[in-house]
Design a protein around this ligand. Structure first.
Ligand SMILES: Nc1ncnc2c1ncn2[C@@H]1O[C@H](COP(=O)(O)OP(=O)(O)OP(=O)(O)O)[C@@H](O)[C@H]1O
Ligand SMILES: O=P(O)(O)OC[C@H]1O[C@H](OP(=O)(O)OP(=O)(O)O)[C@H](O)[C@@H]1O
Ligand SMILES: [Mg+2]
Length: 286
């Protein structure tokens, strides 16, 4: 029987859509009809389990799933004996301490002896003890932001992204204690066959990620400016230079990093580049 790599992804929630999108971008086809909790890819040796994110680190540790996608916050909180394979760049958020917006805040010492409601008792406990603060951690499983207004706790420690949930509940963020994004976890004892499938998957994810961070750039320039323009362009290798039909002009093609984009464009314009086109790249194999 063919070996399949079994991946656990969140059934429904903040990670589900982007996890499946990544799988799709890797060219893997899976038919997860509504309500189906298990599925097999049609064109890659992979099986899918659709689970609550809380259960994923444990299932990966126990080998029920070979790999899994969860938030780094969930992976850290569950503290299972698994390998962290890769950060995936989506579901970026932070775990923060927050208190009622009308409370004065002078620093972390304000939490000394107070109660804090959270779904992340381990991460919070570690943070407080690292900082020499002793507080009463009150574990609740959801709707954490309600705790101060109903008198359950002085402060909270919960996930923040835009900050709008805090705002709507009359809270202010006072400390960021953990920065998170989706990560891939793997079981520590994968067979050689499963390891080989995982490597193929990682190769594809790397190509997708590299493409997302890069742009293909095309521009025209007079030949006497080409040397200077090439100096500005840090391409994958050396840029391609092609003569244009117009005498004395060339077209330059290369790949640039998204982060350097605006700075490079400015420099290129100053160096005499014209007709600059910037195009997204679908996959990039380095
Ligand atoms: N507002 C947000 N913006 C970005 N990422 C988020 C946000 N909220 C949560 N996340 C990330 O997505 C993960 C899953 O969040 P979600 O709210 O779907 O979890 P959940 O309610 O515990 O789901 P489940 O029903 O699977 O237990 C979180 O652990 C965190 O890493
Ligand atoms: O800073 P914000 O952009 O407002 O995001 C933060 C909120 O997002 C998450 O909840 P979610 O909306 O996923 O609902 P949940 O409580 O059902 O998990 C998280 O638990 C926070 O409450
Ligand atoms: Mg959960």
């Amino acid at each position: 029987m063919e070996t399949n790599l079994r991946i656990a992804i969140q059934k429904k929630g903040r990670l589900s859509e982007d996890s499946l999108k990544l799988i799709k971008e890797c060219g893997i086809k899976v038919n997860n009809g509504t309500g189906k909790l298990m599925a097999t890819a049609t064109n890659f040796p992979m099986e899918f389990l659709f689970l609550r994110d809380d259960d994923i680190p444990g299932y990966v540790q126990d080998g029920i799933a070979d790999i899994g996608i969860v938030g780094a916050n969930e992976a850290d909180e569950k503290d299972k004996d698994v390998d962290l394979v890769k950060s995936l760049g989506f579901s970026k958020c932070r775990l923060s301490l927050a208190i009622a917006k009308n409370e004065e805040y002078n620093g972390l010492q304000d939490f000394e002896g107070k109660s804090i409601a959270t779904s992340y008792p381990k991460i919070l406990g570690d943070y407080l003890s690292d900082n020499g603060i002793s507080a009463d951690i009150h574990e609740i499983s959801g709707s954490v932001e309600i705790a101060p207004s109903i008198g359950l706790a002085y402060g909270i420690c919960d996930i923040v992204s835009s900050g709008s949930t805090l705002l709507s509940n009359g809270l202010k963020e006072v400390e960021v204690i953990f920065k998170s994004e989706a990560v891939m976890l793997a079981n520590k004892g994968l067979s050689a066959e499963k390891q080989a499938i995982l490597e193929k998957l990682i190769f594809r994810i790397n190509a997708v990620q590299a493409a997302k961070n890069s742009k293909y750039i095309l521009l025209n320039a007079p030949n006497d400016q080409i040397e200077e323009i090439i100096k500005i362009l840090p391409g994958m290798k050396s840029p391609t230079v092609l003569p244009l039909a117009m005498e004395g002009w060339s077209s330059v093609h290369t790949v640039i990093q998204e982060d350097d984009f605006w700075q490079i464009i400015e420099e290129l314009k100053e160096a005499g580049a014209e007709g600059i086109l910037v195009v997204p790249i679908e996959k990039m194999i380095q």
